[in-house]
Design a protein around this ligand. Sequence first.
Ligand code: LLP
Length: 438
Amino acid sequence: MGEGILSVGGDPFPRQDGVLFCEGVPLPDLVARWGTPLYVYSATAIRERYTELDTALAPVPHLIAYSVKANGNLGVLRTLAAMGAGADIVSGGELHRALLAGIPAERIVFSGVGKTVNELAAALDAGIRCFNVESEGELRALSDLAEMTDRTAPVALRVNPNIETPTPHAYTRTGHAATKFGIPAEDALRLYRLAVRLPGIRVVGVDAHIGSQILEVEPFRRAVVHLLELIEQLRMDGVEVEHLDLGGGLGISYEGGEAISAAAFAETVLSLIEPTGLTLVMEPGRYLVGEAGVLLTRVLYMKEGGGKRFVIIDAGMNDLLRPSHYAGYHAVDPVETHGRLRVPVDVVGPICETGDFLALDREIELSEPGELLAIRTVGAYGFSMSSTYNQRPRPAEVLVDRESAHLVRRRETVDELVAAELALSDEITIPILTTHES
Ligand code: LLP
């Protein structure tokens, strides 16, 4: 590795002599070995982000429960587990992954509006830290289950504090009243009083998650104030909670600006929490891994039409959904620069959908078929939202740690895409019922 290629706070994807690297590894070498499309993550960048947040939160007891949905690759989870991270999960599948990666159950919190009885049971069995309950029905189901199995479920209610959050897309706002998320603020106290009485339930915290990709501190401050008021009301009822879970949502830099400052966030939020003695739980996803990933893709063809220049690449919306689903911006850079002209292009994939684009009207250095492009800032909600639409096997994933590269997920094969389907002869036949008139 070139000395000093990744210093603390340095660029995990530096360029040397025109070639893009991940830490100490030239990206073309990874493609030569594992092909395209290829997700590449920097372990050092993930650790640095974790340390930054952990250090900022140091004045209060805290748990950083990494939101597995952002990127659930076991290599990524193990990297974070080794740093002491916990996990925020939303399904039985994520519970399985988090435990496999060595994240201790007592550092796992379980969020989500639609947990099934099987998922609740698996988490009870594992002995997780907290269920973030989102409805009265879920609270009662959890109580029944815990009572039946002679267990106690640690619970926080996810409260909807009705805060409008400035996120880039409406789909990632969750803190206002008219979403499916959380328990309406006016209902919170009633449900807490119920929770205290229900068998098998132990109230341990309060919880909110107000949205994703938030770059300002103010919405978080308002959420904390809201939750502290609730905690005060609970205290007057004689209910003491141990933690305040502020969810995820810390924003990162997509277009070259700054990510939210962990220090500024901590200064505001901790001044409110420190005097209470509460443990602060955070559920960051994107903040820890988003900037640590690129998607490498090869230019297949160039094409012009309707006054547009199209760069057709071998990655599509099935590999990276954010541009077409949220109009998400991801910078696109040549992996090797040649000093050619920068021209406006649409970078599009091979999928049969007009919405299959990775970048629109973007000025990038002209590339030629066969050359490689890097799509930036895809460590979060990149692979984790990928699909096999158009029967495209999902990309391989590589985790780079200084000068070594680890294949942490091999490329899927077309055989695997059909493996779960039954042959006609194996099909289970359900007899068609006829209705009888009486
Ligand atoms: N906690 C809860 C309860 C959540 O619902 C989420 C994200 C997080 C934590 C983590 O949020 P983060 O720190 O990553 O912002 N697919 C979208 C983002 C959806 C976020 C869903 N919930 C995107 O690509 O922008």
